[in-house]
Design a binder for this molecule. Structure first.
Ligand SMILES: Cc1cc2nc3c(=O)[nH]c(=O)nc-3n(C[C@H](O)[C@H](O)[C@H](O)COP(=O)(O)OP(=O)(O)OC[C@H]3O[C@@H](n4cnc5c(N)ncnc54)[C@H](O)[C@@H]3O)c2cc1C
Length: 380
């Protein structure tokens, strides 16, 4: 079924971004997997072509385009390219709303031009060793000392943590009877801000993930973004967009992998005929194809809702868990259709399978998403 989400402008944008990925990323996928990160040169090249921070106003180097369909196009193309780095989804989908909506003009002047030039890779640090799903129990503290804050604590599993130039850190600032939290921007090189070595993950190896440690780290209070004491509220406001980004990549990955499996079952011969001639294989293909079509339309509807400004937290949570559960189901079933070849690193399906697993955990574990949806529905 044809999708009606995109216009000819989105299609042209897709062609331009695909050309960039084919030229600059696809030849380097293996190199970046081994290096554990994508080249900074690639990030600046993508930025020069306008693919980073395009939602920011032109005075800060952006294009002033606020239309999440462009973000979705980029996510779909990144999935198709086989590039596992999270640069674009992290920077454009997750970080941009924090830097666009919570910052003052003075803060925008300091950070946004570097961001849109690709010179400012940014991390969002919320999770701690003792606080993941239960974010309200974070312990990293920021205590006021004159015009500064003294930050102490540890963040873990932080995407781009080892390579970021800026970290947007959720800290406890203690307003509202000790419950208050705030986001504070900590720049690389600030004394007392240390990064651990990249963590050894089972997948998404071209993307660094690291622990951040703050020890008596002195940060100007002018680096607080958003209203002091309301950090948790800002996170809750931005999480639906983050979850939708994960849902878009989940469906895109399922669709991409089904295409790979179709090529395989049409050409792989067993018992004297292509695997595609087996009825059980065709039934598996039918189930996956139909599930993807149905979910694609739901996720497209969520993208439209975000554009209208009425994407609810529970709809985004539903899209996140459903799309990533489907992604895992389809990727695993398609790997099965490749037989032993699917278990070999030379076959893209092997890497896609490893990379898919985290999708059901980060951005809010799928069980937490179901709890959020269930609570919204029963109290409606
Ligand atoms: C590769 C990677 C990248 C990440 N990037 C970032 C990042 O950039 N920034 C950041 O801040 N964090 C990041 N995270 C952290 C991620 O968001 C957390 O791992 C996730 O929210 C789960 O938290 P946890 O690991 O502490 O698991 P826990 O909170 O300990 O939960 C463990 C499991 O318990 C179950 N569970 C928990 N709560 C409930 C509940 N209420 N109901 C039912 N079941 C429940 C779920 O099955 C869950 O998976 C990343 C993690 C990874 C692995």
């Amino acid at each position: 079924m044809r999708r009606s989400l995109y216009t000819p402008e989105h299609d042209a944008f897709r062609s331009a971004f695909r050309a960039l990925l084919d030229r600059e990323a696809v030849p380097n996928v293996d190199k970046w997997e081994q290096a554990g990160t994508v080249d900074r040169d690639f990030i600046t090249t993508a930025a020069e072509s306008g693919f980073l921070g395009f939602e920011f106003d032109p005075e800060y180097g952006g294009l002033g385009i606020s239309d999440f369909r462009y973000n979705a196009v980029m996510t779909e193309e990144v999935v198709r390219s086989g590039m596992a780095g999270d640069t674009f989804s992290m920077q454009n989908d997750i970080i941009v709303p924090y830097l666009r909506d919570l910052t003052t003009d003075e803060q925008k002047q300091r950070w946004l031009p570097k961001f849109t030039r690709g010179e400012c890779v940014t991390a969002l640090a919320m999770t701690e060793p003792g606080a993941g799903s239960d974010l309200a129990s974070i312990r990293t503290s920021a205590v006021r000392d004159g015009d500064d804050l003294i930050v102490n604590g540890t963040k873990t599993f932080i995407t781009s943590g080892a390579t970021c130039d800026l970290a947007i850190v959720l800290v406890r600032t203690g307003e509202r009877d000790g419950r208050g939290t705030s986001f504070v921007v900590v720049e690389a090189g600030t004394p007392g801000f240390e990064r651990g070595r990249p963590m050894h993950k089972i997948g998404r190896k071209a993307q660094d993930t690291a622990e951040l440690v703050f020890t008596d780290c002195r940060v100007p209070a002018a680096n607080i973004i958003g209203e002091p004491g309301r950090g948790f509220g800002s996170a809750i406001a931005n999480l639906p967009r983050e979850r939708l980004s994960i849902a878009v990549s989940g469906v895109a990955s399922a669709a991409h992998v089904l295409d790979l499996a179709l090529d395989h079952v049409r050409s792989r011969v067993a018992f004297g005929a292509p695997l595609a001639d087996l009825q059980s294989v065709r039934m598996a293909i039918a189930e996956m194809h139909t599930d993807i079509q149905v979910l694609q339309h739901y996720v497209d509807g969520c993208v439209e809702a975000l554009g209208r400004g009425d994407l609810t937290a529970d709809d985004a949570a539903g899209a996140k868990y459903k799309a990533t559960d489907l992604q895992w189901d389809v990727v695993d079933r398609c790997l099965q259709l490749f037989g032993g070849y699917g278990y070999m690193e030379e076959y893209p399906i092997a890497r896609i399978w490893r990379d898919a697993r985290i999708q059901r955990i980060y951005g809010g574990a799928n069980e937490v998403m179901k709890d959020l949806v269930g609570r919204a529905v029963v109290t409606r």
